[in-house]
Design a binder for this molecule. Sequence first.
Ligand SMILES: CC(C)(COP(=O)(O)OP(=O)(O)OC[C@H]1O[C@@H](n2cnc3c(N)ncnc32)[C@H](O)[C@@H]1OP(=O)(O)O)[C@@H](O)C(=O)NCCC(=O)NCCS
Length: 164
Amino acid sequence: MDTGFTSRRAVQTDAAFLGDMLVEAANWRAGGARPRHEVLTSSEHRRYLAGWKRTADDGVVAVDRDDAPIGAAWYRTLPQDDAGFGFIGVAVPELIIGVHPLWRARGVGRSLLRDVVGLAAAQGYARISLSVERDNFARNLYRAEGFTVVSETAHRATMARSTR
Ligand SMILES: CC(C)(COP(=O)(O)OP(=O)(O)OC[C@H]1O[C@@H](n2cnc3c(N)ncnc32)[C@H](O)[C@@H]1OP(=O)(O)O)[C@@H](O)C(=O)NCCC(=O)NCCS
């Protein structure tokens, strides 16, 4: 089946596009419109991308037929004293995912999720985690892809899965 997109490994020069996708993830709620600069410099989000691509960072970028990026999923390990929303442990990378609005609900997110879990496995990580707000439909996607809830607050869930 021709889906109209393919994916490739994320590289250092993808930083600006990954920034776009981080903004999409932060603004997932309809009407969410935190300005790009504010998201990328905020204490809760900057840790997911600052200094990309560090040694242990990795990810995948989905591209359309013209090689234009349309979505990305990447992960990084964070230290305990700078833990992200989905922190489980220093040896468990946390993933971030976003798809360009025009490309949503066409299988890009599921494909990226599978690819990034495979990448983490290939890099020797046994588990991978993420954080999702409880009312984000993406939670169903993660569950369908083998993620289970590790902990929850009133608004957020931390989910993880084995990479095998
Ligand atoms: C979440 C996101 C990455 C999913 O990527 P996507 O390409 O839209 O998802 P897919 O097309 O692979 O769909 C995956 C599943 O979710 C369902 N889905 C997609 N969009 C949906 C929507 N708006 N509402 C409910 N379900 C939806 C699909 O039906 C599919 O399930 P199915 O295969 O059983 O039909 C993407 O929508 C996105 O970037 N959203 C905004 C940012 C965000 O929320 N990021 C995650 C923060 S934790």
